[in-house]
Design a protein around this ligand. Structure first.
Ligand SMILES: CC(C)(COP(=O)(O)OP(=O)(O)OC[C@H]1O[C@@H](n2cnc3c(N)ncnc32)[C@H](O)[C@@H]1OP(=O)(O)O)[C@@H](O)C(=O)NCCC(=O)NCCS
Length: 157
């Protein structure tokens, strides 16, 4: 088992913004990685919820979701998810995504993902997301296309 000894999952904090920007630069080099100030803005919005994974106190993963609309039933949008390349493939991304889905609490969830991002697409499909659209040149810098994926709302009786 390749799981690191101890991964701590908790809320992301403003003080993590610089490290998030560092990870973004590592993970999205050609796609307009978010600077620290973007994370600070995200964390300041009360409609957003960000989670963190830490190993030995060091941030190794982050993910965030936003709630759309003013009244229920709410829909949600995953804004970002990333795991330090040194810690990928150990279940951290899946756990962070599960935490976002718990926050969405059965509401419909949308996200955009590069059409060539096989690892992320597999992860999303494995928790019930399906492709519902194609957005040409969605990523402004690279010009790469994105799929819009949706996870259907949970039926309530
Ligand atoms: C996508 C990402 C967050 C996954 O995080 P991770 O911690 O490596 O993922 P996990 O170890 O939890 O794996 C979860 C699932 O993802 C898929 N997956 C992960 N790595 C994969 C790979 N290299 N190839 C194919 N599928 C992969 C698998 O379905 C895997 O489930 P399994 O282990 O049961 O087969 C990570 O690869 C990442 O940070 N990528 C760069 C940033 C990014 O692209 N973010 C998404 C933007 S939309």
């Amino acid at each position: 088992m390749n799981q690191p000894a101890h991964v701590v999952y908790e809320g992301l904090r403003i003080g993590d913004a610089d490290r998030c920007a560092e990870l973004e630069a590592q993970l999205f080099p050609g796609d307009d990685p978010w600077p620290a100030v973007a994370f600070i803005r995200e964390l300041e919005s009360r409609h957003n919820h960000y989670v963190a994974a830490r190993v030995d106190g060091q941030l190794v993963g982050y993910a965030g979701i936003t709630r759309l609309g003013r009244k229920p039933p709410f829909e949600y949008e995953v804004h970002t998810i990333g795991v330090d390349t040194a810690f990928q493939g150990r279940g951290i991304g899946r756990r962070l995504l599960d935490m976002l889905l718990e926050i969405a609490d059965g509401g419909a969830v949308f996200l955009e993902v590069r059409t060539d991002n096989d690892a992320a697409i597999k992860l999303y499909q494995s928790v019930g997301f399906g492709v519902v659209g194609l957005r040409k040149r969605y990523y402004r810098v690279s010009g790469a296309d994105a799929y819009t994926m949706r996870r259907d709302p949970r039926e309530t009786s």
